[in-house]
Design a binder for this molecule. Structure first.
Ligand code: GLA
Length: 388
């Protein structure tokens, strides 16, 4: 990959003398969806897929960005410090520039120009956090190039800050945290309030985790996402009129059931129910996995999907078809949509010896029912950012 990145750099900027190459991973969430901004738990793992960048200092104060993933991409240029305006035409460049901007906001003002090329092997819009990987990658490589100290957790927090305040997507911490803190062969069980976490080995013996991409891009995602977040916040405010809680993650299912009528709005009540139940489900699923009870883990995955579909309403027809077809297959232990929703991917645990048959059945039936092609990949849990 290093040679590949240097080649792109050479093509774009003329030569690749002194270029350094970095990587940060995407993620797949196993369970705990839309809980990270509701004071709950998540259980994702970083992937070996992600975003690469090749970078070199310039002798002036211009920051040049290029993406190999954008057809006919032109180099985007800005002067150091000039990040105020969100760039509508070069939309992808708002992720890296957002990091330069956020660093400046936090007192780290990059004064030296850079030539940078990006290339990602995560399909865009697949719900596997290509944007978080760009954010974590950018702050990580700048910390090396500029020589400032920042913990990986703080890099994740900066990435989220950038996404919230520059890209106006009110995401939680899950994606950036997983990209920054990923560990080979492990998933991360994270309390999104305290940021305390535990690594869990993903040793599934005769089973494996696969990702099924619906190839429906979750383009409506950010506006609907922000809407869900506001609905959850309104539900919390209604509960807080009587209950002394900080977030929906503070409630057990029973406490929620006993107090749900405080939420007068039917939609908001459904959103809150998902947040509470999904958080408790995530804790239980994590405990089941620790006890090697993969079947129970798989059942929780399916319950998670149903709740996301019916109560949180962030699934879509295509994701539901994949889950439905998956559940008809022998050897599927669990399956659900993963990530923000409205398109993107499903994640599934399957028996390894049934994998090919499962993929074929889901692929064929998905095509029949939606006219679309699904794509599949195996999950290899990878590590956080590094220099190649
Ligand atoms: C997106 C957000 C995350 C999280 C998920 C849903 O990926 O970036 O913070 O909220 O959706 O679980």
């Amino acid at each position: 990959m290093k040679a590949y990145m240097k080649n792109i750099f050479e093509k774009v900027y003329g030569d690749s003398e002194g270029v350094r190459v970095f990587f940060a991973p995407g993620r797949v969430n196993l369970i705990g969806e839309h809980t990270d901004y509701n004071g709950g738990h998540v259980f994702p793992c970083a992937l070996t897929l992600g975003t690469y960048a090749a970078i070199r200092k310039r002798n002036d104060n211009l920051i040049h960005l290029y993406s190999e993933n954008i057809p006919n991409c032109l180099v985007v240029e800005r002067e150091c410090g000039d990040y105020k305006i969100y760039n509508k035409s070069g939309a992808w460049s708002n992720y890296p520039y957002g990091i330069f901007w956020s660093l400046k906001e936090k007192g780290i003002d990059v004064k030296n120009g850079y030539d940078i090329v990006y290339y990602g092997d995560i399909p865009a819009g697949a719900g596997l956090s290509s944007s978080a990987s760009i954010e974590v990658l950018t702050v990580y490589m700048l910390s090396v190039m500029e020589g400032f100290e920042m913990s990986l957790t703080d890099m994740a927090i900066l990435g989220q800050y950038s996404e919230n305040n520059y890209n106006k997507m009110n995401c939680g911490i899950m994606d950036q945290f997983t990209s920054a803190m990923g560990k080979d062969g492990h998933a991360v069980f994270l309390d999104t309030v305290t940021l305390e976490y535990e690594y869990a080995p993903l040793e599934l013996k005769d089973k494996k985790i696969i990702i099924i991409n619906s190839n429906v891009k979750h383009s409506l995602g950010s506006s609907k996402y922000n809407e869900r977040r506001s609905e959850s916040e309104a539900a919390l405010a209604a509960l807080q009129t009587e209950l002394d809680i900080e977030s929906l993650g503070d409630l057990t299912e029973e406490e929620f059931d006993n107090n749900q009528m405080l939420i007068k709005d039917d939609i908001q009540r459904k959103r809150a129910k998902h947040a509470v139940y999904e958080n408790q489900r995530t804790i239980k699923a994590y405990n089941a996995l620790k006890e090697n009870d993969i079947d129970t883990f798989g059942k929780f995955m399916v319950d998670s999907h149903i709740s996301l579909r019916d109560d949180y309403e962030v699934s879509c027809e295509e994701l539901d078809v994949i889950v439905e077809e998956g559940l008809k297959c022998e050897g599927v232990i669990g399956i659900r949509m993963t990530g923000g929703g409205f398109g993107g991917s499903c994640v599934s645990i399957v028996e390894t010896d049934k994998e090919e048959a499962v993929k074929k059945a889901i692929g064929d039936n998905y095509k029949k029912r939606t006219g679309r092609e699904a794509s599949f990949c195996s999950v290899l849990a990878g590590k956080g950012p590094y220099e190649l």
